[in-house]
Design a protein around this ligand. Structure first.
Ligand code: AMP
Ligand code: MG
Length: 328
């Protein structure tokens, strides 16, 4: 019998359920995204959304995969990092499935799941990873059994930065795709460029961008410049990490990986350096259950057992480099 893993994602805005088999075939990837009626994401409201949609998303994932819960080999969930009330919803559902159907329970690090789904789908072997999502912005590479963080944001994640700008100027959530649209018709206006070694910072840039907007600068021009400056910074630090780690592949993953301009800049840099460029397919760029199921599968194949309920406590601040990678 082929092993089948069910994965539950609930770290932030998205509640997702994915199903994968042991060969990495994705049998289902269902999700529902919480869109705040106004303002930013309030963790409790997002958690409420997750609890309300959980049953439906789970059901449609099982239908898509043509399985029932008794068919799965184990159940994986995003144990962290993320918003505690949201993490709890996924953890409780996973524990329930594990206890009721007597299936091993696997805790997955959300950031590592973004990397592993990227490697599965792009066939990158040993890349420097640029992981860009709502809450996270990290430049990572695999060294000595861990995904080490070579660079990261010193304040907010690039996705949250773009979302914040979009919210303040009233173009809605999620902001990244809206800014990408506006940017198509924009021209350059001056914004600060903030790189320190292999680290970046975005909040000062957002403050400046909002100042420009309030002073009457065209929205399209600010959106264009925001993308140019933030993505150039990310491209610069990724290039620096590539040289530092002496690798020859770059992989882009996380929700912001859906952005065409960011892909283009990285691709140009890779071409100039003779490095290979890989980007996760758009469907699997943002938070999703399939990536949790796949990393859960990788762990389960090695351990062939799960964790206890006590060990399944959520880990809102779990760092990528705390995880020992046992599956490669
Ligand atoms: P994640 O947390 O990985 O699900 O990523 C969500 C983030 O990706 C949000 O902040 C979105 O604004 C951002 N995002 C999604 N699509 C795009 C895009 N086309 N360009 C820039 N950012 C995007
Ligand atoms: Mg994410």
């Amino acid at each position: 019998m082929k092993k089948i893993l069910l994965g539950i994602e609930s770290t932030a805005h998205t509640f997702g359920v994915g199903v994968v088999d042991e060969n990495g075939n994705i049998l289902a990837n269902e999700k529902s995204m919480f869109i705040p009626p106004s303002g930013g994401i309030k963790p409790r409201d997002a958690a409420e959304h997750h609890a309300l949609v959980a049953k439906g998303v789970l059901q449609s994932a099982l239908e898509k995969a043509k399985i029932s819960l008794s068919d799965i080999s184990a159940v994986a969930f995003s144990q962290g990092p993320g918003l505690a009330p949201c993490l709890r919803v996924g953890a409780i559902l996973a524990r329930f499935i594990s206890l009721k159907y007597e299936k091993p329970l696997i805790g997955v690090n959300h950031c590592i799941a973004h990397i592993e789904i990227g490697k599965l789908l792009t066939h990158a072997k040993d890349p420097v990873t640029l992981y860009v999502s709502g809450g996270n912005t990290q430049i990572l590479a695999f060294v000595d059994k861990r995904y080490r963080v070579f660079g990261e944001t010193q304040d907010i994640g690039i996705g949250n930065a773009l979302d914040k700008f979009a919210r303040e100027v009233g173009i809605g959530f999620p902001g990244g795709p809206k800014i990408e649209e506006f940017a198509k018709h924009g021209r350059w206006v001056e914004l600060p460029y903030v790189v320190k070694g292999i680290d970046v910072a975005f909040s000062g840039i957002i403050t400046e961008a909002l100042k420009l907007w309030k002073s009457g600068e065209k929205l399209a021009d600010i959106c264009f410049s925001l993308q140019e400056v933030c993505f150039a910074m990310l491209t610069e630090v990724t290039e620096r990490a590539l040289v530092h780690c002496d690798k020859n592949e770059i992989m882009l993953t996380g929700g912001v990986a859906a952005n065409q301009r960011l892909r283009e800049m990285l691709e140009i840099m890779c071409k100039e350096r003779g490095a290979k460029f890989y980007a996760v397919p758009k469907e699997f760029a943002g938070d999703n259950g399939a990536m949790i199921a796949w990393n859960g599968m990788q762990i389960f194949k090695v351990l062939e057992k799960g964790i206890s309920i006590e060990e399944s406590r959520i880990r809102p601040k779990w760092r990528t480099d705390e995880v020992e990678v046992i599956w490669t």
